[in-house]
Design a protein around this ligand. Structure first.
Ligand SMILES: C[S@@+](CC[C@H](N)C(=O)[O-])C[C@H]1O[C@@H](n2cnc3c(N)ncnc32)[C@H](O)[C@@H]1O
Length: 1021
């Protein structure tokens, strides 16, 4: 049961009385004025449970009767908890209550309130009537109102919650049962193979056996829920897919195997739920349970699918806002409505069906039968939501028309492969026909919530986004081709495909309404996508709901994000017109306060109702297809680029940039294996993984079944190997890898953190330019590389190195500009600063003595200049640095030279004299496990034995990204054991046990001098 945590001394209660007092002082005592104070109090209470107070809400009592209540409390997004009615002091509250009941107000949980008094009715009876001038009484009445649950709902809720908690075990249990049958039961084995083949052919050719097992479980789980809980025993006979799967399951039945016997072990999970369900009459309560099953089943049990398919329920206020907005656009732009004949509507990612159900509610009842029959469409690729959506939509129709009609607009199909799939048989002839019918329909509105995910983080998870021929080709030809970004892998996110697919699907005219990840609005990789959206559509409305926890770490996903996730979200409405086209797409941007709680964001959408009420601001994209241009400085474009893709690729004389080539740090894709502080440990780990890899190559070459896919073939033993796409490709080509001691090299893994790296073409995913920058250890003595991190998520930073840096050297993707380049054997040294830039600098400063090293040092100092970093912060998030001419060239060059010296030779700097506080009770010990700063940051707890005191506060001013140099040391120099591989990485040096303590003193010295140099840099003008 929900307990309201409210005491008379709590802030919301105090604020309520203070506001009332103010209103009285101002003479504002009418209902409209004083009810604001009570609404705030209710809202504060709602926040404890993630409920929402929807003010001025209309409730349909009967077909003809609509009432408008002052407030409706909504729990779990759609369920009504209670009603609030406000009156002012002048009213006789008891009389007002009777008046309302005469009008038919419900008596199940309703609170009538005036500033002095509260009356509460629950379950048809008055349960409270008292004064609330004292906070104790106010709190008592609120607790009564909030904590109320009708007895049947309470039982049901308990059972449903328990089911949600147990769904994981339930799924596991079913897996065990299926797997044991697959070993022993011949009939089952044959039927299972047949079932898998149907799935592979119809839904996804790459589907694994485990995924087929999951589908079977989805069927068994939902079938039973529908049969028992929803009292819909006909579902499996009526639903065209369920009929087929039932056949398979029935075929499994034999003397030794019956469904009831099969499910016996999990019976007890269901019983409580089924008992409770008998007392529930309200469909929305049960429907809410289905939504829970939908999310919980995937998130708790089939986590990989939840990830790649974006299984998440769309909050009702978002669905309402989008459906109303589409209707509004249809009226304004096309003189049509959702009810009109010919307006075909498709949700390509239907989930539980909530978009289509909402659309049906918007359609005139007289128009509904025809629309339902011919013009509403949806797709789903997973069985469980497919069933749920079918049942929900059919129920919605039954409610509206009092007739049961199967919904023929739903297809079990992968939206992105409809065309390819149509050439095959799509599960059942009827499903194939439906897909064909949808394909032949002129879709006017595409609406929904496409899946979005960042893609697989670890190849060992074997959980890649599926590749699609047609839509992938379209993305490559358009969004990707026209992008200037260096890194385009974000374009493989399914929500990007969804935009591409939908823009193509609506043909000449129509509307696309998607709620998606909001990163396409501003992130660099999406410049080509923005360009094409503006080309493909005539008007675009983007309502940014914020919530990106990575770019704004002060946010919490659960509190501020409308989906409770970490990725930002936007509602996007795109309009394509055949007639009355404007020459340029009109783009409108609206946003909400990022720091609003998600309930406030929902309430805002409720308040707006549709796009017409949003405060839009028109966007004028710049030449680079940037939409949000505020903060970008135009003069940045006039500075000389450090590097460009064109110059890097150009043959012959390099012009227009300072450096000829540049590239990212080394990306191994298996850092735990390819890096280690300890070279012996590294050698051992890498040899173990090479042996595993080579063994896998041999097995692959010897395999009997040539149709096997590498993904399903290799071992995913995390303690032996960590795969990458590249390594699998090497395996496919039968490449054997040999261990080479000389490949163990010194690397700078993070700022001031040296680590050993196994630098190898096969075992590093990408080495980029580093075979030509530091081909041999000798080159480390003379070559220098300026590294920069210019990413949206963290502040700009720059650091020099003379060792191979990691891809994330500065905490995020790092771009590296070397002074020299070489051939792979270390010969043929070339200067990488272009002659063109030498001439340009000499001319600008009228100084023929300027040398390339001077320019290199000049740049390093400019990149540290506070004004440069502050003024151009937004530019530096979007593109590689450009270098302005400051008037005092040599002032900068000299400062830069010293910065380079101390940053390269940090281990030779004097140690800052810290005070050593020793613990007498512990023996001398230099070993670090994990260091920690004191709260005031003046002391560093090095270990049990030693604390380093008197750290000067200025040290923390030298920052690299989102950490100071000292913070980097504390973060990196700790003993870590990787959970997956069990590999230990220990920074302590046996041959030099005081290395870390010395390093701390040295980095403090470096930091202090850096801050001094930076503070005294000449002006940038
Ligand atoms: C974000 S959810 C939709 C949520 C839905 N609006 C709701 O609130 O229930 C996305 C749904 O699309 C389905 N899906 C993902 N990829 C798909 C594809 N390529 N074709 C069809 N359905 C897909 C997923 O299984 C999932 O149920």
């Amino acid at each position: 049961m929900a307990i309201l945590n409210l005491k008379p001394t709590h802030k919301p209660v105090k604020l309520y009385y203070q506001s009332l007092k103010k209103f009285i002082q101002l003479g504002a005592v009418n209902e409209g004025a004083v009810k604001v104070a009570f609404a705030d109090l209710l809202t504060a209470c709602c926040q404890q449970f993630n409920w929402m107070l929807v003010q001025e809400n209309s409730i349909q009592l009967t077909k003809k009767k609509l009432i408008r209540v002052d407030g409706l409390l909504v729990r779990d997004d759609t369920l009504k908890h209670g009603i609030w009615e406000a009156k002012d002091s002048e009213d006789d509250l008891a009389k007002e209550v009777q008046k309302k009941f005469k009008q038919g107000y419900p008596k199940d949980n309703i609170i009538f309130q005036s500033p002095e008094r509260v009356i509460i009715w629950q379950g048809g009876k008055q349960v409270y009537d008292g004064e609330i001038t004292k906070p104790e009484a106010l709190v008592e009445s609120l607790k009564l109102f909030f904590e109320y649950r009708p007895p049947q709902i309470e039982n049901w809720e308990k059972a449903a919650t328990e089911f949600g908690e147990r769904v994981h075990n339930l799924g596991e249990k079913l897996v065990e049962l299926i797997q044991s049958q697959r070993k022993t039961n011949k009939k089952f084995i044959a039927a299972f193979d047949g079932f898998s083949n149907i799935f592979r052919q119809s839904i996804n050719p790459n589907i694994s056996d485990a995924a087929v097992e999951e589908m079977l479980i989805q069927h068994l789980l939902t079938e039973r829920i529908f049969r028992q809980i929803f009292d819909n025993p006909d579902f499996t006979r009526r639903n065209i897919i369920a009929v087929e799967i039932e056949k398979v399951i029935n075929a499994l039945t034999s003397k030794s195997f019956s469904r009831n016997h099969f499910l016996e072990e999990v019976d007890y999970f269901y019983l409580a739920l089924e008992e409770a369900a008998k007392t529930i009459k309200d469909y929305s309560e049960k429907q809410h349970f289905l939504n829970t099953v939908y999310e919980k089943f995937f998130q708790g049990f089939a986590v990989k699918i939840a990830d790649t398919h974006g299984i998440v329920y769309t909050p009702q206020s978002i669905v309402d806002f989008m459906v109303r907005s589409v209707d509004e656009i249809l009226k304004k732009e096309f003189k049509k409505s959702l009810s009109d004949k010919g307006v075909h509507i498709l949700d390509p990612f239907v989930g539980t069906g909530n978009f289509l159900m909402r659309v049906m509610r918007e359609i005139r009842k007289t128009a509904l039968p025809d629309k339902y029959k011919d013009e509403l469409h949806c797709n789903e690729v997973m069985l469980l939501p497919y069933y749920i959506a079918a049942m929900n939509i059919e129920h919605e129709y039954l409610e509206a028309t009092k007739q049961y009609q199967p919904f023929e607009g739903i297809c079990l199909v992968d939206t992105f492969s409809v065309q390819e799939a149509l050439q095959l048989d799509l599960f059942t002839p009827e499903n194939t026909q439906r897909v064909q019918r949808q394909q032949d329909s002129e879709i006017f509105v595409v609406i929904g919530n496409p899946p979005y995910n960042m893609g697989q983080v670890n190849e060992n998870d074997n959980n890649k986004n599926r590749k699609y021929e047609e839509v992938d080709r379209r993305v490559a030809q358009t969004y990707s081709k026209d992008s200037n970004a260096a890194l385009k892998n974000k374009l493989s996110d399914p929500y990007v495909k969804a935009f591409r697919w939908a823009a193509d699907r609506i043909k000449d005219e129509g509307i696309v309404a998607f709620v998606t990840n909001n990163s396409f609005i501003d992130a660099i990789a999406f410049d080509g996508m923005r360009k094409h959206l503006a080309q493909d559509f005539d008007a675009i409305y983007v309502l940014d709901l914020g919530g990106n926890v990575r770019t704004n770490p002060k946010l919490s996903g659960t509190t501020h994000n409308v989906f409770g996730i970490k990725v930002g979200v936007s509602i996007n409405l795109l309009i394509k017109k055949k007639e009355g086209k404007k020459s340029q797409c009109q783009i409108y941007y609206g946003n909400v306060d990022e720091f609003w709680r998600k309930e406030e964001k929902y309430a805002y959408l409720e308040k707006c109702q549709h796009l017409g009420e949003v405060d839009w601001q028109e966007i004028k994209p710049d030449k680079k297809n940037t939409w949000l241009t505020a903060g970008l400085q135009a003069d940045f474009e006039t500075f000389i680029p450090m590097g460009s893709k064109e110059t890097k690729a150009a043959k012959g004389e390099a012009t227009d940039t300072i450096f000829k080539i540049y590239g990212r740090g080394v990306g191994t894709c298996r850092d735990v294996w390819a890096y280690n502080f300890n070279p012996d440990e590294l050698a051992e780990n890498i040899q173990r993984t090479i042996a595993t890899y080579n063994e896998q190559v041999r097995k692959w070459l010897d395999r009997q079944d040539k149709s096997l896919k590498v993904d399903d073939f290799v071992t995913y033993d995390d303690t032996k190997i960590s795969w990458s796409g590249d390594l699998k490709d090497h395996l496919k080509r039968g490449i054997i890898v040999e261990y080479d001691q000389n490949h163990i090299r010194q690397s700078l893994y993070r700022p001031f953190t040296k680590s050993c790296l196994y630098f190898d073409a096969r075992l590093n995913n990408r080495r980029y330019q580093f075979p030509y920058i530091f081909p041999t250890p000798e080159t480390e003595k003379e070559n220098r590389v300026i590294c920069v991190v210019n990413e949206a998520q963290i502040p700009f930073s720059s650091q020099i190195t003379n060792y191979i840096p990691c891809l994330h050297y500065g905490g995020r993707q790092t771009q590296c500009f070397p002074f020299y380049t070489y051939d792979e054997d270390g010969s043929n040294r070339q200067e990488n600063i272009t002659d063109w830039s030498l001439d340009t600098f000499r001319q600008e400063y009228q100084d023929s003595a300027i040398a390339k090293w001077d320019i290199f040092y000049y740049i390093y100092a400019v990149l540290h200049h506070p004004t440069y970093r502050e003024k151009y912060a937004d530019n530096l998030k979007r593109e590689l640095p450009r270098i302005p001419y400051a008037s005092d060239f040599h002032g900068f060059a000299n400062a830069g030279k010293r910065l380079v010296e101390i940053h390269i030779n940090y281990e030779q700097q004097p140690e800052y004299p810290l005070t050593f506080i020793e613990n007498d009770e512990v023996p001398l010990n230099w070993r670090v496990e994990k260091m920690k700063l004191s709260k005031d940051k003046t002391q560093l707890i090095y270990n049990d034995f030693l604390t380093l005191a008197n750290i000067p506060p200025k040290v923390f001013e030298y920052r690299l990204g989102n950490r100071s140099a000292l913070d980097w040391i504390i973060d990196r120099y700790q003993v870590k054991v990787d959970k997956r591989s069990d590999i230990e990485n220990d920074p302590n040096r046996l041959d030099d046990e005081q290395y870390i303590v010395r390093l701390i003193g040295q980095v403090i010295t470096v930091s202090l001098e850096t801050v001094d140099i930076v503070d005294n840099l000449p002006s940038l003008d």
